[in-house]
Design a protein around this ligand. Structure first.
Ligand code: ADP
Ligand code: MG
Length: 403
């Protein structure tokens, strides 16, 4: 590109400066949840505990199992992910480990989970018309043929169990029973639900064993500061985020329940505010937890809602984690999805609307009506300014589990 064209393009892109001035931000990716940190902050003890549950895994014919529980944002997903990567590189040359991490929230049925496993094994889609037992045996043969050991993480497994029972887990635990080849599959079950074990029948409990449960404690302020610092250092200009700013993030995320996700969210929002204001440093006032915290909502406020009011609110929260506002039409669709996940029949439109009005009266959501929006009919837009949707979401989910 010639100098001239380059200069012209720069001038033309001036109006974009506000969103991408890069005075603070060098690369956005580490501020997303999906970024896998190079090392975990404050989880050495938990990694060690998980490793002890995998004692002997270097030997062929050995398979291991573990159950990991903890609140949302306690690092269950990232810890099991990290563990799988570390384990497979540690065993390189001794045992071939294939990793499969299936999030049952995204793949809530037995057949969807099996399909995800098949995809991880690169064996294509399981053919239609086979029972789950048959598909599992095909998976086992595939593993044995290639001399592979599968480390399967079933994340948010309670969603699968509530929907389709624990039959798949039972079959996976027995995959090698009566076979010559042993040690096909190791299993890690992950859930927010501390009473996950109670969902299982005795046959599963005894196969899992008592000493296989790892409970992830909430993070304290120091650890949350460390987590925010790690993200800042990986994404922002050195010196752009002060220690005080990080301390404020850590303090608030700790008060709100020790959720790493909230710490990252607060950092990301603060960076965005500084960039928008055209500043090169992120100040403590850019951290605005008061409008993002679940603490503004009493736990009893959630508890006292009816089941379907909770389901309506849950659908709204999930979308508002990613969007500023949603339309009432989308809220309805999300509600229907949540109902499916919870095996409930969606209520009719009239009752749905009554529930929306109730949530608004309770101050859980706000709505505005846009008359100018396309054509006939008015569109309602729903927002949530009093609460962090992510924190409210996990509160509702916990409440529904214990209902
Ligand atoms: N110990 C940690 N060190 C660094 N980042 C972490 C740590 N724990 C959690 N995170 C990050 O916080 C976010 C939430 O963690 P996640 O594993 O998804 O929690 P959970 O699965 O328990 O809800 C993720 O982006 C994750 O990478
Ligand atoms: Mg998770």
């Amino acid at each position: 590109m010639s100098k001239n064209v380059e200069r012209k393009n720069t001038a033309m892109a001036d109006y974009l400066d506000r969103i991408g001035a890069g005075k603070v931000l060098l690369t956005k990716e580490p501020l997303s949840y999906d970024w896998t940190p190079p090392e975990l902050i404050g989880r050495d003890a938990q990694l060690g505990e998980l490793a002890s549950m995998f004692l002997g895994i270097e030997s062929h014919r050995v398979s291991c199992r573990a159950v990991v529980t903890g609140n949302v944002g306690s690092g269950k997903t990232v810890l099991t992910h990290r563990f799988g990567l570390d384990l497979s590189s540690k065993l390189e040359g001794r045992r071939k480990i294939v990793l499969a991490h299936v999030n049952c929230r995204n793949h809530p049925s037995t057949s969807q989970v099996l399909q995800q496993i098949a995809l991880s094994l690169d064996s294509g889609h399981p053919e239609r018309g086979f029972s789950s037992g048959e598909i599992i045996q095909t998976i086992r043969r595939n593993l044995n043929t290639h001399g592979n050991h599968l480390l399967l993480v079933l994340d948010e497994v309670d969603i699968l169990v509530r929907r389709d029972s624990s039959d798949l887990i039972y079959k996976l635990l027995r995959i090698d029973e009566g076979q010559d080849e042993l040690g096909s599959v190791s299993l890690i079950l992950v859930s927010q639900d501390p009473s996950l074990f109670n969902l299982f029948e005795q046959a599963i409990k005894s196969r899992l064993g008592e000493s296989t449960v790892l409970v992830m404690p909430p993070y304290d302020a120091g650890e949350l500061i460390g987590i925010a610092r790690q993200r800042y250092e990986a994404s922002c200009r050195p010196g752009s985020v002060s220690d005080e700013t990080l301390a404020k993030i850590g303090r608030f995320a700790a008060e709100a329940g020790g959720d790493a996700r909230l710490a990252i969210e607060l950092l990301e929002a603060a960076v965005r505010r500084a960039e928008k204001a055209g500043r090169g440093d992120v100040l403590t006032e850019d951290v605005r937890p008061s409008t993002r915290r679940a603490a503004t909502i009493e736990p009893s406020q959630v508890h006292e809602l009816s089941k379907h009011q909770k389901l309506v609110l849950l659908g709204i929260c999930r979308r508002l984690k990613k969007a500023e506002e949603i339309t009432s039409g989308d809220a309805r669709k999300l509600y229907e999805l949540v109902c499916e996940e919870h095996n409930s029949k969606p209520l009719g439109y009239t009752t749905f609307w009554k529930h929306m009005k109730h949530l608004e009266a309770e101050g859980l959501i706000e709505s505005r009506t846009d008359n100018s929006a396309q054509g006939r009919g008015r569109t309602q837009f729903i927002t949530m300014t009093n609460t962090a949707p992510a924190a409210l979401e996990s509160r509702i989910e916990r409440d529904l589990l214990h209902a």
